[in-house]
Write a new protein. Structure first.
Length: 613
């Protein structure tokens, strides 16, 4: 979705009459004042989560501000570090974070636009789409071990790792000499990008009050409000005759980006060292000999489970991306094997985590809570529906509505602009009315359904483009609320130690929803558009059917008002109708899922009183 800009749980809501009884089980970072039996802190230790979960009793702010000695070392370090952050330091950190987000937005937008020019320089333009397949899959899978790195080795190390991969990807893109090398470079680039983006979300969770968290999530996405309008001009100057070319463009980014990151990274190491000097960070326990240390980390990172999951997801998602390249499409033996073995391995990962893994990635007790489960179903449905109708939306604008490339791009970017803007507004609104469920149920989901539903009517060739713009505004204003809520909901009902893992699982669900939605869109397109096009084309254009069907430039080459162009436009409208109807039906699952959330109020959360904005 335009934001990737990317939620999770406790066991049951507590009535106010029982509130006092349950206050003996408060969380170190975020404790719902109206949540019973905080799932992340059970009365019995859970060794499978990597550290014993002993019951804690916090009856005062002083006790609430203590470091959780049952958490993993990286979590203890960030809890201690935030105690020595001054408000001025936190404000500076958020400014530095915004600068990094701006550079990442500018780099990623420029990179995706330059991609066809890079592949064309190697005479392999047809492989443009494939260059992102492996990188997107690896980047999605990487978040689970990255979440574990954040908890075990700490936030500063994880940040440096993400920055290193991002810069390495830029360097490799600047020096690549074939499409294979470029694909490998993109894998490092997008893995680094997703790592830093993920880090920022967790940093916001570590350092902000829950009632302000929605605003800061929107704040981190706000650079897109600027870069959306300027990166196109930068790319144009790069590829223009006499321009510096894509290699120098990536090279300049590789030089500038780490410089921009230095102040943010320095603040983390500085405050962690300060907390260590004050004795706030417990010493890292000895792991014994080198062999014992290696075994410990293999166990903590659940290498067996990670290999099972990585292989399963890679096979499953590759099937959705590669089926169109097979002569027999879904009937191809390769695709069938990918789907079967990929699906079986994903199931095997769940069984391994539940019954056999010595330490798990996923906090299973949290997954018993309905808010967690239905946040995940909401995310799956929302992203599936999005990619069903959006996959061919740009082509619809270019062909049926006869929009120029800049105008089509501006209309397609309404979602990015509108959702970023509404995230900021919604974040402020949560300070005054903090019930995420109410906002999402009566504002976010209805607006998205309204926007997509109205497009069923307004996707006709003879409709004014202004109606499409109106629908996109509805979708953007609804989507911005839901994207913020899906993350804030997770943080509202889970423990600080569980944030990274739960957000990482959410990211994997997004990737799966993306693949399924795109596949449904592709199936509708290939099943309906050629049939309707053949039926609608005038007799004198039937011989050109293949070229018209396969090339958007050929489609737009026919003058508006000619019988052939009218037939093409009509075929687009008829095909898009099925996509929009399908997406609207899937969005109903979003509405139902939100209705099943617990009605947590972010303003009533009991939190530590220091180190938060």
């Amino acid at each position: 979705m335009g934001l990737s800009f990317k939620g999770l749980a406790s066991n049951a809501l507590l009535s106010r009459s029982n509130k006092g009884v349950e206050e003996n089980h408060k969380d170190v970072a975020d404790v719902p004042a109206a949540v019973q039996g905080h799932t992340s802190l059970e009365d019995t230790p859970d060794e499978k989560l990597g550290a014993p979960r002993s019951p804690l009793s916090f009856n005062s702010d002083e006790e609430l501000n203590k470091v959780d000695t049952t958490a993993e070392h990286g979590v203890q370090a960030i809890q201690a570090s935030t105690q020595v952050w001054s408000k001025r330091d936190l404000i500076l950190a958020y400014i530095f974070m915004w600068l990094i987000a701006f550079m990442m937005s500018f780099c990623s937008s420029s990179s995706s636009t330059l991609s066809p020019y890079v592949t064309s320089s190697f005479k392999e333009h047809s492989l443009t789409a494939l260059t992102s397949v492996i990188s997107s899959i690896v980047a999605g899978i990487w978040k689970l071990p990255y979440a574990k790195i954040m908890n075990i080795w700490g936030r500063p190390f994880a940040l440096c790792l993400g920055i290193s991969m991002f810069v390495l990807g830029l360097i490799l893109m600047a020096t690549c000499n074939n499409v294979k090398a470029y694909c490998a470079a993109q894998t490092f680039f997008y893995t680094g990008y997703n790592s830093i983006d993920f880090f920022m979300t967790v940093f916001i969770a570590d350092t902000s009050k829950l009632k302000n968290r929605g605003f800061f999530i929107g704040y981190a996405a706000s650079p897109f409000l600027i870069t959306t309008w300027i990166y196109g001009y930068a790319v144009q100057s790069v590829i223009a005759p006499g321009g510096i070319g894509f290699r120098w463009c990536f090279g300049i980014f590789a030089i500038i980006f780490p410089i921009v990151c230095i102040p943010f990274v320095f603040m983390f190491f500085k405050h962690e060292a300060k907390a260590r000097r004050q004795g706030l960070i417990p010493p890292r326990p000895s792991r014994g000999s080198m062999g014992q240390t290696i075994f410990y980390y293999l166990r903590e990172f659940d290498v067996v489970g990670l290999l099972i999951l990585a292989t399963g997801l890679a096979l499953f998602l590759l099937a959705f991306n590669l089926y169109s390249l097979q002569a027999k499409l879904w009937k191809a033996p390769l695709i069938i094997c990918f789907l079967i073995f990929g699906g079986l391995l994903i199931i095997a990962f769940g069984l391994w985590e539940k019954f056999f893994a010595p330490v798990t990635f996923i906090p299973w007790p949290l997954l018993k809570n309905r808010t967690v489960i239905f946040t995940y179903t909401m995310v799956a449905a929302m992203y599936t529906a999005w990619y069903i109708w959006d996959s061919y939306f740009y082509s619809l604008l270019r062909v049926m509505f006869n929009q120029s490339v800049p105008h089509a791009t501006y209309i397609a970017n309404i979602y990015t602009m509108g959702s970023c803007f509404i995230c900021l507004v919604y974040g402020v609104a949560l300070r005054y009315y903090g019930k995420l469920k109410i906002w999402s149920l009566f504002w976010g989901a209805p607006l998205m359904i309204l926007g997509v539903g109205l497009m069923i009517k307004f996707r006709q060739p003879d409709e004014n483009i202004g109606y499409i713009v109106m629908c996109m505004i509805f979708i953007a204003f609804g989507g911005g609320v839901l994207v913020t809520s899906e993350q804030t909901t997770i943080m509202a009902v889970s423990k600080q130690q569980d944030f990274p893992a739960l957000l990482a699982v959410e990211s994997m669900i997004v990737a799966i929803g993306n693949a399924i939605g795109s596949t449904i869109a592709g199936a509708i397109w290939t099943g309906i558009f050629p049939v309707r096009l053949m039926a609608n084309l005038p007799a004198d254009a039937q011989a050109d059917f293949a070229s018209i069907y396969g090339d958007i430039d050929v489609q737009t080459s026919y003058a508006v008002g000619t019988p052939t162009r009218d037939a093409i436009n009509l075929s687009y409208g008829e095909t898009q109708r099925y996509m929009l109807i399908s997406a609207t039906c899937v969005y109903i699952i979003v509405l139902f899922s939100i209705a099943m959330w617990q009605n947590v109020d972010v303003r009533t959360m009991k939190q530590r009183t220091i180190g938060l904005l």
